[in-house]
Ligand binder design. Structure first.
Ligand SMILES: *Cc1c(COP(=O)(O)O)cnc(C)c1O
Length: 405
């Protein structure tokens, strides 16, 4: 009884093993003459080498071949090339989030004893990374007022190796004089890295701010406009200089910061509509910001395309478009609790981080936590305008204002 069972199991095992091998080694050739519009998704950790000579000859510095999924697949190479094109750069690295892209730049270009300068109004988690992890490794940071180029000039020291830039600044939407900041950093011999998430490669050219003047590195949270779906996290680091790219790429490889092919596929699917979506968000945000600018509840509306907004002239000089973001500083007679009641009363605007998806979002902030100089007090609500009807969004703001008290 036992014996016959074993025999049957043995038969089944042989058959299953042969079957398993056949399924794994079944021949597969991508179909010739199948010209689909979207590129296929190539998924790999392992990439097979034809022989040991090819294994030993593998390299990581260029796209001449493939060696391991973490270092690139046809799918991620395609996305890298398209992001480089979008940004006006030459080489792009992909990372699992926008924040990881910021971290890569810091880790690759800074060492113990160096200093990095960060705009005072920059994306918060980037500042937090400097305050905690970089500090632990003996890298110091200071925050400069991006609206005062002379403040940056005064802060540069022999230890300054990297200057971060952001235009417009996260949440406060102040638009800096990028040309002046880049010129100052460059004259000092410090590298410049721009968080280009807001401009998205559409509003201005990071590598050609002026003829002959551009940033060294453009970082982009692809999570935002390139995705547009509020469902993918990815970041990119784009350059125009081969040696700088290789410094970044070596650290990217050693840290293991690759991206999955399915996420890359979602980005490749969304990129063709990026410009259309960006301009639609832009138009809607301008209409809504203009509506807010005459409301008595608003002390100030921060949107670089509005003439009264900080940095409007710099925005006008450099940009041909604006993202779907603006912030409202509420009149000081309203407490934070009253502003939170307004936020809670919104129906179409959802409460949540990130932006550039189809759903409109809001986040309230205590202004004093966003900016250390100049001192700025009060409660601000950052609006990320989605793709709903603008009339409906205005109606939503109007009905929620009743909750302000
Ligand atoms: C969202 C964002 C990031 C970070 O991107 P994640 O993919 O969410 O990590 C960085 N910079 C700016 C300006 C952002 O808006």
């Amino acid at each position: 009884m036992i014996g016959s069972n074993l025999e049957r199991d043995g038969d089944r095992n042989d058959r299953e093993t042969a079957h398993a091998t056949a399924l794994i080694h079944h021949s597969y050739t991508p179909p010739a003459g199948f010209a689909s519009v979207q590129p296929p998704v190539h998924k790999a950790s392992t990439v097979i080498f034809p022989d040991t000579k090819a294994l030993q000859a593998r390299g990581w510095k260029d796209k001449a071949g493939y060696s391991y999924g973490l270092l690139g697949t046809p799918t991620t190479y395609t996305l890298e090339e398209r992001i480089a094109t979008l940004e006006g750069g030459v080489q792009t690295l992909l990372l699992p989030s926008g924040l990881a892209a910021i971290a890569l730049v810091d880790l690759a270009l800074l060492r113990t004893g160096d200093e990095v300068l960060i705009p005072d109004n920059a994306y918060g988690p980037g500042k937090e990374l400097a305050r905690t992890e970089l500090a632990r490794w003996g890298i110091t940071h200071r925050c400069y007022d991006p609206m005062d180029p002379s403040a940056l000039a005064a802060m540069l020291s022999p230890a300054t190796k990297l200057v971060w830039l952001e235009a417009a600044g996260s949440v406060t939407m102040e638009f800096p004089d990028l040309s002046a900041l880049v010129r100052i950093a460059r004259a000092h011999g410090a590298l410049t890295a721009l968080d280009n998430t807001w401009g998205a490669g559409i509003a201005f050219d990071a590598f050609d701010i002026e003829p002959g003047l551009g940033v060294d590195i453009s970082v982009h949270a692809l999570t935002k406009y390139p995705s547009g779906g509020a469902d993918v996290l990815m970041g990119s680091v784009t350059t125009r200089d081969d040696s700088l790219h290789l410094r970044l790429k070596a650290v990217h490889m050693r840290m293991g910061w690759g991206v999955g092919a399915n996420d890359a596929e979602l980005l490749l699917r969304s990129l063709p509509t990026l410009a259309l979506r960006y301009h639609a968000h832009d138009q809607a945000a301008r209409r809504l910001a203009t509506w807010w600018s005459v409301r008595i509840e608003a002390q100030q509306v921060l949107h670089p395309a509005l003439p009264a907004s900080p940095g409007h002239e710099a925005w006008q000089r450099l940009c041909t478009a604006s993202a779907g973001l603006f912030s409202v500083v509420f009149d000081e007679r309203y407490s934070a609790m009253q502003v939170h009641a307004f936020v809670d009363a919104l129906r179409l605007f959802k409460i949540g981080f990130s932006w550039a998806g189809p759903v409109s979002l809001v986040v309230p902030y205590d202004l004093s936590t966003l900016r250390s100089r100049p001192a700025w007090r009060g409660t601000l609500v950052r609006f990320s305008v989605g793709l709903e009807s603008v009339d409906d969004l205005i109606g939503d703001c109007e009905q929620a204002l009743a909750a302000l008290g």
